[in-house]
Design a protein around this ligand. Structure first.
Ligand code: PRP
Length: 176
C-alpha cells in the first residue's frame, strides 16, 4: 500500500541546514579529531551527510539503542543493543541523532558515556519535537529543526521500517 506523504522538510531544506551545522561544528572543533557517533538506524543519512560537511579529522562509528518497535509511541525504557567496540576514552565524541522526541534515548546515551573518560561529549540532532519532551534538562548542542508534534518519516526515519529511503522528511497522512 502506498500512503500519502506531505513534505515537511525538502531535501534542499535538509542539505542547507546540514551545511550550516557543519560550518558551526567545524568552527567549534578546529584542530581536533572528532568521533561522530551515529544512532542507528534513523541517523544513517544524517550521519553520512553531516560527516561530509566537516573538513576535520573525523571518525564515524555507530551505536544502537533498543528500538521502540514498529509503533509510533515511545515505551520510555531504553537499552543499548550495540555499542562501539573502539575505546573512546579521551576522544571528542558527537552523538548524531535523527530525532529527539521524549528525550529518553538521548538521556540514556549521554548517561552511558558520562563515566567513559571522553575528552568531550556533545549531542547533535536533526529534528526535535519539543512538545513531546519528558526528559528534564536535556541539552541539544546542535539542532537542525524544531518541528511540531506530528509523526514524521523519511531521511532515515521509518514507519514500520519503511520510508527510511525518502530523501525528504514528511508527514504520513493518516498516522497520528
Ligand atoms: C527513534 C529515534 C531516536 C528515538 C527518539 O528511534 O531515532 O533514537 O526514537 O525518541 P525518544 O526521544 O522518545 O527517546 P527508534 O526507536 O524509532 O529506532 P530507529 O532509529 O531504529 O528507527
Amino acid at each position: 500500500m502506498v500512503e500519502t506523504v506531505e513534505v515537511l522538510l525538502s531535501s534542499e531544506d535538509i542539505a542547507k541546514r546540514i551545511k550550516e551545522l557543519g560550518a558551526q561544528i567545524t568552527k567549534d572543533y578546529e584542530g581536533k579529531s572528532v568521533v561522530l557517533l551515529g544512532v542507528l538506524k534513523g541517523a544513517i543519512h544524517f550521519t553520512s551527510d553531516l560527516s561530509r560537511e566537516l573538513p576535520l579529522d573525523v571518525e564515524i562509528n555507530f551505536i544502537k539503542p533498543s528500538s521502540y518497535g514498529d509503533g509510533t509511541v515511545s515505551s520510555g525504557t531504553v537499552s543499548l543493543d550495540y555499542i562501539p567496540t573502539e575505546n573512546l576514552k579521551d576522544r571528542h565524541v558527537i552523538i548524531v541523532e535523527d530525532i529527539v522526541d521524549t528525550g529518553h534515548t538521548a538521556v540514556k546515551l549521554k548517561d552511558y558515556f558520562a563515566d567513559q573518560g571522553l575528552a568531550s561529549l556533545k549531542f547533535c540532532a536533526l529534528l526535535d519535537k519539543p512538545d513531546r519532551r519528558e526528559a528534564k534538562d536535556l541539552t541539544i548542542d546542535y539542532l537542525g529543526f524544531a518541528i511540531p508534534d506530528k509523526f514524521v518519516i523519511g531521511y532515515g526515519l521509518d514507519y514500520a521500517q519503511r520510508y527510511r529511503n525518502l530523501p525528504y522528511v514528511g508527514v504520513l497522512k493518516g498516522a497520528s
